[in-house]
Each structure stands twice: as structure tokens, then as C-alpha cells.
Design a protein around this ligand. Structure first.
Ligand SMILES: Cc1cc2nc3c(=O)[nH]c(=O)nc-3n(C[C@H](O)[C@H](O)[C@H](O)COP(=O)(O)OP(=O)(O)OC[C@H]3O[C@@H](n4cnc5c(N)ncnc54)[C@H](O)[C@@H]3O)c2cc1C
Length: 312
């Protein structure tokens, strides 16, 4: 077990964490940015369409924005590590565990973002990787000329429906109601595509197959009508069911709201001194790249001021 120390540990390498690390370095405190995945970028790596609403990144895909941000950190010599998932964290001693290493800091900035929700129905786990996918970005090429369903009603589901249609799949989007969380730009684009069918008031109840997925069973229950069970023959089931805050790491340590988002003040301060949180894990009014950048910068400034006062 090795131990290393930095001024500020920033946990989570999406837009909020990248901005926090960059700003911490600019303010003269030494950050270490820790990202659990193999690349920096967080949800940017799942966004396939070209940006129209992030100032300065017009026309770039999410992955291209992630590359630009990574280049920016490298150019500014901001230390970061990938494949560095924090598995344990003490917000009391400001210590994080990554593999067999203990990392300590004088302050911690949490930029944990959100993770994908699961359906919890028979077949979901059994067929994972054999027809059940949580990433059309990764798997769309496997389903050309095949029937697929995509389950969900948010940005991810609508964007992935477009991506699967582009990849030559026969796409049905399934959602439990007729209200969608997706941004209008994704919604309008899906409804304008003749190749995408949208089934509303439909809940998957079972995924069926043998070596691979063959069908999905749904209960369709429009308001005021008797529910009916329908089985669709499909080769692929894409699950894009929305998000949960990725905050299990701090369960029981920090105040969180009923949905698990970290409660902060407007500068990102959490219920523990020395610990800030930023980005989508804090339930922003507008979950976006732009607000994540701003939140990260604010948390870095607040941590910097706190460190300056506490070292006097
Ligand atoms: C399909 C899609 C399309 C979108 N389109 C747009 C758009 O057009 N415009 C826009 O502004 N926004 C868009 N968004 C939203 C935007 O990407 C998010 O709001 C933004 O990425 C949030 O940034 P974040 O840093 O708070 O969290 P995230 O991007 O979720 O990053 C969190 C990071 O923390 C890491 N992490 C979590 N736990 C740990 C741990 N224990 N140890 C180490 N690392 C950890 C995760 O691996 C992840 O990389 C879209 C999102 C999706 C999914």
C-alpha cells in the first residue's frame, strides 16, 4: 500500500472535474484528477451528435470535445490519471483509495456525475453483451439491417435512436409514458425520421432469447385502456433509462437529497468542511457541459479560498 498527497483531489474526469482541476492548477494549488474510466470526458464520450449549445465547441462531437479538454490539461501540465476509480473515500480524513494506493489531500472536489439506471427485469443481466447493450455508440455496427428496441425517454435514448437509424437498424423506441425528458432538438429529429417507430406507455417485462436476444416482452397500457402484453422479435435491446447520481461513494458521509444527489451551497460546499461537489452529481437546474464547467471552476475557487484561510 503506497500513499501520496496533493493539495486537492478531484474525483471524476467529466467536464466538471476537468474544469475544477484546471482552475485549481491556475489558482496555484496542486490538483490530482482521478478518472475511473479509460479516458477523460465522462458523458461526453456517449454524446454522438455535434455540439450546438456548448459555447466554443460548436460542431464538435462529445468525444472531440473530450479530446480538446484532455489536450488542454496536458498543455497546462495538470496532473490526471485514468483507470483510477476511487473505491473508498473518507470525507473525514480526506483520504481516497485507488487500487492498493491511499491518496490524501487537504481538500476534495467531487465531480462524480451520473450513471445509467437499470430495468431490473428477467433477461437484462443474462443477455448483457449478447443482445442487451447500454451503448449504441459502441455497439451500433453489430445490428445493421436488424430489429432493435431502445428503451428510454431522455437525451441518451433519443440520440441513440438516431444513431441506430443512421447505422441501418430498424428502430423502435419504447417509453413508459408519452412525456419525454429529451431535449427538443433530439425529440424533433426522432419524430421526423420515418424509420424510427415510437411506442409510448410501454414497459418491458422480460427479455427473451437463447444464445442471444430474440425478443422483448412489453406491457402496453395507455391511460384508460386495458393493459396488453406484446412480444416484439428483436436482435438488440438498448437500455438508456436515464440516470442515477454516482454518489454511492459518499453515502452516509455527506448530505444527499432523496434521489441521492449531493447537497451543496451555491459555491459547491458540501456538509463536510474541506469537501466540495460540482457538476451533474449536485442536481443542477440545467445538466449540461456549460454548467459543469462553471460549477467545477466555482468549486475550485472555493476550495482554494478555504485552503488559503486554513493554512494561515
Ligand atoms: C447522450 C448525451 C447527450 C448529451 N448532449 C448534451 C448537449 O448537447 N449539450 C450539453 O450541454 N450537455 C449534453 N449532455 C450532458 C452533459 O454531457 C453532462 O451534463 C456533463 O457531462 C456532466 O458533467 P459532469 O462532469 O458533472 O459528469 P459526467 O460527465 O457524468 O462525468 C463524471 C465522471 O466521473 C467519473 N467517476 C464517477 N465515479 C468515480 C469514482 N468513484 N472514481 C473515479 N471516477 C469516477 C465517471 O467515470 C465520469 O467520467 C449530454 C449527455 C448525454 C449522455
Amino acid at each position: 500500500m503506497t500513499t501520496s498527497t496533493s493539495d486537492v483531489l478531484v474525483i471524476g474526469g467529466g467536464p466538471a472535474g476537468i474544469s475544477a482541476a484546471l482552475w485549481a492548477a491556475r489558482l496555484g494549488v496542486t490538483p490530482l484528477l482521478l478518472e475511473g474510466g479509460p479516458r477523460l470526458g465522462g458523458q461526453l464520450l456517449r454524446s454522438y451528435h455535434r455540439s450546438v449549445d456548448c459555447p466554443g465547441f460548436y460542431g464538435l462531437t462529445g468525444a472531440e470535445i473530450a479530446d480538446r479538454l484532455t489536450e488542454h490539461l496536458v498543455a497546462e501540465s495538470v496532473p490526471f490519471r485514468v483507470n483510477a476509480r476511487v473505491t473508498e473515500l473518507s470525507t473525514e480524513t480526506l483520504t481516497a483509495t485507488v487500487g492498493d494506493e491511499h491518496l490524501t489531500a487537504r481538500a476534495i472536489i467531487l465531480a462524480l456525475g451520473v450513471e445509467k439506471r437499470r430495468l431490473g427485469i428477467p433477461g437484462e443481466r443474462e443477455f448483457a453483451g449478447r443482445g442487451v447493450s447500454t451503448s449504441a455508440t459502441r455497439d451500433n455496427h453489430l445490428y445493421k439491417n436488424k430489429d432493435v428496441v431502445i428503451v428510454g425517454g431522455g437525451d441518451g435514448a433519443f440520440e441513440e435512436a438516431l444513431m441506430l437509424d443512421d447505422a441501418g437498424c430498424r428502430v423502435t423506441l419504447i417509453h413508459r409514458s408519452d412525456r419525454f425528458r429529451a431535449r427538443p432538438r433530439y425529440r424533433d429529429a426522432v419524430f421526423a425520421r420515418p424509420g424510427i417507430r415510437v411506442l409510448t406507455h410501454a414497459c418491458p417485462t422480460e427479455i427473451l432469447g437463447d444464445e442471444a436476444v430474440r425478443a422483448i416482452r412489453l406491457e402496453i397500457a395507455p391511460p384508460g385502456e386495458a393493459p396488453k402484453t406484446v412480444t416484439l422479435d428483436v436482435s438488440g435491446v438498448f437500455l438508456t433509462l436515464g440516470i442515477l447520481p454516482a454518489t454511492a461513494l459518499v453515502a452516509g458521509q455527506l448530505d444527499r437529497d432523496a434521489e441521492g444527489f449531493i447537497v451543496t451551497d451555491r459555491h459547491g460546499a458540501t456538509s463536510r468542511p474541506g469537501v466540495w461537489a460540482c457538476g451533474e452529481a449536485t442536481h443542477p437546474l440545467l445538466p449540461s457541459i456549460t454548467t459543469a464547467f462553471g460549477d467545477g471552476a466555482t468549486a475550485a475557487k472555493a476550495a482554494f479560498q478555504w485552503l488559503a484561510v486554513s493554512s494561515q
